[in-house]
Write a new protein. Structure first.
Length: 163
């Protein structure tokens, strides 16, 4: 059974394990520390994960990833940016698309967000397929918008109106 829940102290060691996998980190924001340490995990559990609608993804009682949406400010206050990652051993099982559906349902029930968007590194076809599967559409390409580890990457912007 798949569910979304708040992060717990017990998630720290798995956070470290999952986020020190180069394949998991490949398309994630450089704001996530690398290497990922116990202090990083503690900060995330106690502070970082409290922003917006941020949840641990749990399957059959096991923490396996993260998903969230953080609302914008001012004129973007009715929109939220979606982000997610999943432990490598769970890839290819349609878990992320199921988690995204659960997240959208939570957002629709709890506030007045009407639009979601996500930014995907060009070349991250897995993430693009997840978004498209749940009704997001590619809205544009921001050329050389992402700078990570000395390289520029195009950012594909996906959006979905949910209300």
């Amino acid at each position: 059974m798949l569910r979304l829940r708040r992060f717990k102290t017990d998630d720290a060691l798995l956070l470290i394990n999952y986020l020190n996998n180069p394949e998991v980190m490949q398309f994630l924001s450089p704001k996530i520390p690398n290497p990922y340490t116990i202090d990083d995990a503690r900060w995330w559990i106690e502070t970082g994960s409290k922003a917006g609608h941020t949840f641990a993804i749990e399957q059959n009682g096991h923490f396996i990833g993260c998903i969230g949406a953080v609302a914008g400010e001012f004129e973007y206050s009715k929109s939220a940016e979606v982000g997610y990652w999943l432990a490598k051993e769970y890839w290819g099982q349609r878990i992320t698309s199921q988690a995204l559906v659960l997240l959208i349902e939570k957002i629709q029930q709890s506030n007045d967000i009407v639009r979601l968007h996500a930014v995907v590194f060009e070349g991250n076809t897995r993430s693009a397929k997840v978004l498209e599967k749940v009704g997001f559409a590619q809205e544009g390409c921001l050329h050389k918008a992402i700078y990570k580890q000395g390289d520029f990457h195009n950012a594909l912007v996906y959006g979905k109106v949910i209300a």
